[in-house]
Design a binder for this molecule. Sequence first.
Ligand code: MG
Length: 159
Amino acid sequence: MVYCGAMPVGFGYDIHRLVPGRRLVLGGVEIPHSAGLLGHSDGDALLHAVVDAVLGAAGRGDIGRIFPDSDASTEGMSSSVFLERVMAAVRPAWAVGNADVTVVAEEPRLAPYMDEIRRRLEGLLGTERVNVKAKTGNGLGPRDAIACYAVVELTAGGR
Ligand code: MG
């Protein structure tokens, strides 16, 4: 695929409910907490948002089309596998130029885990140009969920 002009940018968003008794996995990193994200896979809303941002930039649809909840083979699967598969599909035509992610959670406090999540994303995306931000909702929520927003810029592959 020959792409002329500005490099494509994709946006991704996801939100998953926090429920007691599940592991909390965000950005492929397990975070100690009394509740985890509900989902067909491991519920990793951060990686789901990044997957959708990559797919958006590449013009390849969305995560639900590629990994539907009805697929028993992905039940309980690590969402890192989703991102690995999507990156494998967009390479070698594309590489990630940069990624910027915002996580919105009232709890737990995510600051201690931001560096580990960023390094994990850098590995999955094959770039060191990754930024991850954590915010609370300033008391406005979501209170029983974690929401994530991601922007990914692709650049010509083969680097
Ligand atoms: Mg999701």
